[in-house]
Design a protein around this ligand. Structure first.
Ligand SMILES: O=C[C@H](O)[C@H](O)COP(=O)(O)O
Ligand SMILES: C=C(OP(=O)(O)O)C(=O)O
Ligand SMILES: [Mn+2]
Length: 449
């Protein structure tokens, strides 16, 4: 084997280990053909960009920056349209502007976008009216429609995932570098939200302060070109390992492996087994890695994850995304943070206040209460304040559209409203106004810290 081939084979060491949550592809030959084709496709991101994000996340780990990571629970192929992508991006940028001002720290902006097409599920099948079919595992695997045809895993979908990711990322890059995302414009959108939202007055003071700061910078003669572009990164859960490893390449600059399907990838709560394939795969790539930590995580597990994924203790390499539930965060997080800090590791701590707070409404809709989401973030800040550690960021499921999937918020959604615009293919997302509410409220928390 040549040196490169040997390194490349390193991206496949996961194959001998148990891989949780993988689809039951009916035709392994068809899967092999798809993998071979994916291997010939160009990278979606450049390894140097992954390194840059790792440096940004190192600042988060050191307490000098804040991570805002957000987007859909599950992206969908039929939602790869200009309006939806723009609205999502716009919402994230608006949140980012508010948090930057209030925290007076750089906000690292990372979308759950351009690759978030695969879902781990709690049950392998779904039964409706006596009919049982495979569960929906994301558009990269099967269709959402409840028919045997749609629910049969089809590897051709992995190619559509690549194409959908490529088109999304292309538009995101155009918006963020082409002038659409100019900070002055983002600020004007925020002013508009404060003026027009029912709870807007609450945020008037903060919005006015930001306005004054903008005017101050203008008066000082800060080059307006500085405001024109924004750094934005793409991330998704590295779930379907056949896809992720087909897009894992040797970086010509460094000779190291990078998963070029996205800048950052994370390993989910259901696939973070220490001796499993996902952690093995993640250990071989140089991208910044996130790992979700639920309420059953022990400090020993967290320390072993650090050993496996960040043996060199490199700030920015590893982000722990805690998703405990509002009722558990104050109880479960302190020991984890204490033990990890005592070990000398410098990880970034980020709060996912969504996945520990899901429940089923009487109408059958999977939903979350805005107040629980807020309370988990509050608990996360409290724990870090008490320990003198840095609350490094938030990881949220959101959309820029006016959906009705989570209850509560300043422009309150009631349980009876859920059916009106319940559009998610998997988990309930904060809508545009709930997302902005959250940003203003987290900004206040960050400032009080
Ligand atoms: O984000 C995803 C969900 O939390 C996960 O797929 C589990 O959802 P389920 O319980 O509906 O399967
Ligand atoms: C499945 C998800 O989260 P977790 O792995 O934390 O349950 C998700 O982020 O959509
Ligand atoms: Mn989810």
């Amino acid at each position: 084997m040549t040196v490169n081939a040997e390194i490349h084979a390193g991206g496949n060491t996961w194959r001998s280990l148990p891989a949780a949550q993988q689809p039951d592809w009916p035709d392994s030959e068809a899967l092999r053909d798809v993998i071979a084709e994916l291997e010939s496709y160009p990278p979606l991101v450049f390894a140097g960009e992954c390194d840059q994000l790792r440096q940004r996340l190192a600042a988060v780990a050191r307490g000098e920056a804040f991570l805002l990571q957000g987007g859909d629970c599950a992206e969908a192929f039929d939602a790869v349209g200009a309006d939806q992508i723009r609205n999502k991006l716009k919402t994230l940028l608006q949140m980012g502007a508010v948090l930057t001002y209030a925290g007076s720290v750089p906000v690292v902006k990372v979308g759950r976008i351009a690759g978030q097409y695969s879902k781990p599920r709690s049950k392998p099948t779904e039964t409706r009216d006596g009919v049982t079919l495979p569960t929906y595992r994301g558009d990269s695997v099967n269709g959402f429609a409840f028919t045997p045809e749609a629910r049969t895993p089809d590897p051709q979908r992995l190619k559509r995932m690549y194409q959908a990711s490529a088109s999304t990322l292309n538009l995101v890059r155009a918006f963020t570098t082409g002038g659409y995302a100019d900070l002055r414009q983002v600020h004007a959108w925020n002013q508009d939200f404060v003026r027009s939202s029912p709870s807007g007055q609450r945020y008037e003071q903060l919005a006015r302060e930001i306005d004054r700061a903008m005017n101050f910078m203008n008066a000082c003669g800060v080059d307006p070109e500085e405001f024109k572009t924004v750094e934005f990164y793409a991330s998704h859960e590295a779930l379907i390992l056949d896809y992720e490893s087909a897009l894992t390449r040797v970086d010509s600059r460094t000779g190291r492996l990078y998963d070029v399907s996205g800048h950052m990838v994370w390993i989910g709560e259901r696939t973070r087994q220490l001796d499993g394939a996902h952690i093995e795969f993640a250990s071989k790539i140089r991208n910044p890695i996130g790992v979700k930590l639920g309420p059953t995580t022990t400090p020993e597990e967290a320390l072993t994850l650090i050993e496996r994924l960040d043996p060199e203790r490199e700030p920015g390499r590893l982000t722990f995304i805690t998703r405990m539930g509002a009722d558990k965060i104050r109880d479960k997080l302190p020991t984890l943070v204490e033990k990890v800090t005592a070990s000398g590791a410098q990880v970034a701590w980020v709060s996912d206040p969504m996945h520990g707070n899901t429940f089923e409404a009487a109408s059958g809709h999977k939903t979350r209460r805005f107040d629980d989401v807020l309370d988990e973030v509050k608990g996360f800040f409290e724990v870090h304040k008490a320990l003198g550690t840095h609350p490094g960021g938030i990881h949220v499921e959101l959309t820029g559209d006016d959906v009705t999937e989570c209850v509560g918020g300043g422009d309150e959604i009631f349980v009876d409203d859920l059916h009106q615009r319940y559009e998610t293919a998997c988990d309930p997302r904060l809508n545009r106004s709930q997302s902005l509410d959250l940003a203003f409220l987290v900004a206040e928390m960050y400032r009080d810290q």
